[in-house]
Design a binder for this molecule. Structure first.
Ligand code: COA
Length: 186
């Protein structure tokens, strides 16, 4: 079972590593088009971390899934963009749902009222995911625009984020240990 937690500032180099490992079809689905390695590197180096939070799914110390939540208060004071990516061996096991749920809690706690996601129109998992979170779906050509409305934060949502941060930190220690053991056994 993966460990879910926000990427720490010193771990930012892991994000392009994960995106570059995506299979061709998943890379295409993530960026709704063809992108080169250089574009992915640039995407990560130009991310404004002051307005971006990446929630990661770690397995044996390696980043295998990510939800990138980006808020731009100048353009969208109460809205945010979210993109998700899960490496193929970890897909279809609830990891995307877990990451999106956590990202939506973080967005809600920052006063975000609406989260937008963009996917390919034939992305069945994203359609299911959007419905799961009560999102609206709008198909325009080959693209699917998803909008998920969020209620204002409350004590429960704030406590949930704090609890998950603590659980993620604790899980990270165990996960790293398991990764080290697996490496030694190999
Ligand atoms: C799309 C993606 C994020 C989904 O994450 P995931 O971990 O694979 O999906 P989950 O296991 O959480 O399942 C999400 C939903 O899809 C459904 N699902 C799973 N496998 C499915 C399949 N083969 N066909 C149709 N639906 C499927 C699940 O039942 C779930 O729906 P539910 O909540 O109604 O039960 C992931 O597959 C991925 O990274 N794909 C490549 C990149 C991408 O497409 N990103 C989206 C654009 S930003």
């Amino acid at each position: 079972m993966p460990v879910y937690r926000k990427l720490l500032p010193q771990e930012r180099r892991r994000y392009p590593g994960h995106l570059l490992r995506l299979e061709r079809k998943d890379r295409y689905a993530r960026f709704t088009g063809t992108v080169s390695d250089a574009v992915i590197e640039r995407h990560c180096t130009t991310l404004d971390w002051g307005r971006t939070t990446v929630v990661g799914a770690f397995h044996q110390g390696e980043l295998r899934g990510a939800a990138e939540l980006c808020t731009d208060r100048l353009i969208w004071p109460h809205e945010a963009e979210l993109a998700v990516s899960i490496e193929t061996p970890f897909q279809g096991q609830g990891v995307g749902t877990a990451l999106v749920r956590r990202a939506l809690t973080i967005a809600r706690n920052r006063g975000i009222a609406k989260v937008h996601m963009l996917a390919l129109a034939d992305n069945r998992r994203m359609r299911a995911l959007a419905r799961h979170f009560g999102g609206t779906l709008d198909v325009d050509g080959g693209e699917l625009a998803i909008a998920i409305g969020l209620p204002p934060p409350n004590q429960f949502s704030l406590a949930l984020e704090a609890f998950e941060a603590g659980a993620g930190a604790f899980g990270a220690v165990l996960d790293q240990w398991q990764g080290d053991m697996a490496e030694r056994a190999a």
